[in-house]
Write a protein that binds this ligand. Sequence first.
Ligand SMILES: NC(=O)C1=CN([C@@H]2O[C@H](COP(=O)(O)OP(=O)(O)OC[C@H]3O[C@@H](n4cnc5c(N)ncnc54)[C@H](OP(=O)(O)O)[C@@H]3O)[C@@H](O)[C@H]2O)C=CC1
Ligand SMILES: Cc1cn([C@H]2C[C@H](O)[C@@H](COP(=O)(O)OP(=O)(O)O[C@H]3O[C@@H](C)C(=O)[C@@H](O)[C@H]3O)O2)c(=O)[nH]c1=O
Ligand SMILES: [Mg+2]
Length: 287
Amino acid sequence: MKILLTGCSGQVGYELERSLQGLGEVVAVDRSRMDLSDLDQVRDVVRAVQPRLIVNPAAYTAVDKAESEPELAHRINAQAPGVMAEEALRLGAALVHYSTDYVFPGDDPGARVETDATGPLNVYGASKLAGEQAIVASGVPHLILRTSWVYGMRGKNFLLTMLRLAKERDELRIVADQHGAPTWSRTIADTTATILAQARAHDFSADWWREHGGIYHLSSQGQTTWFEFTQAIIEQAGIDCRLVPITSAEYPTPARRPQYSVLSSQRLLERFGHVPHWRDALRLCMQ
Ligand SMILES: NC(=O)C1=CN([C@@H]2O[C@H](COP(=O)(O)OP(=O)(O)OC[C@H]3O[C@@H](n4cnc5c(N)ncnc54)[C@H](OP(=O)(O)O)[C@@H]3O)[C@@H](O)[C@H]2O)C=CC1
Ligand SMILES: Cc1cn([C@H]2C[C@H](O)[C@@H](COP(=O)(O)OP(=O)(O)O[C@H]3O[C@@H](C)C(=O)[C@@H](O)[C@H]3O)O2)c(=O)[nH]c1=O
Ligand SMILES: [Mg+2]
């Protein structure tokens, strides 16, 4: 069984390339083989590979830059997944896709469930929401896993940025009024593999997708702020650096960000089992 994996050089894609190994023949492609901004190429690669499953962690993830490149972000995050969905449907394949807490406006302190109303505050979030909608509208069997605040020991992420800055500077100013759950890239990949192992046990049947497909939140347990997350990082790394909590207003950025970004992973936990607390995952990752 062939699995077409996109974005294999990204944080989640890198972990998925390992986690998916036991499930089938993984054909992993990066930007050089499949550029998501080239919709014809996306179509051609899917047709050439003829996968039973497409797993798509590739995305335009530069949140601030997206504000000045809305068309490119939309092509990569919405149109390309739409093409993948269309092509998967033609092949009788299924699509696993990733989305974000940033589809929500973040004006409610409670944890968001899958059916809550969306309302992105920025271009990135809007482009990711449009991607979800294109997949759902296509009718392809799918899983859309919405995650949040992804980090790991490789790639571009908040953890590595803070480790670098904390070594360079005596003091860091970090926003303390945005709430969410940092999620380790490996948690996302391993959970994806767990879910897909269950699908495989049912031979990826249409019935399985009908019953278990759809949107799931997949985010670490617990919640924190960027400031408190940084405290945990710096403490575990044993770096001496003064951390100053600030408000979002004191850290102006091109993109607006949600204030409350906590996702409830309850639906996923009930069906597919365990997701670690963010502090436990951080400890494991940094070890
Ligand atoms: N990062 C985060 O904090 C969060 C991410 N998500 C979602 O999770 C998924 C995985 O994200 P994550 O692994 O963290 O993201 P990364 O930014 O680490 O990786 C994204 C990948 O997409 C690739 N990519 C970007 N543009 C193109 C393109 N035009 N053609 C082909 N490939 C391209 C990148 O390639 P290259 O290396 O060449 O740039 C990279 O491999 C995404 O859907 C993202 O929206 C959800 C919540 C939080
Ligand atoms: C570097 C830095 C950032 N910050 C703030 C800015 C921002 O509000 C917060 C996090 O910064 P980032 O640039 O990592 O945030 P951002 O890129 O918005 O992270 C988001 O990425 C996308 C892809 C997602 O899908 C989201 O789930 C989320 O992870 O920290 C500081 O307060 N001080 C600093 O020194
Ligand atoms: Mg960022």
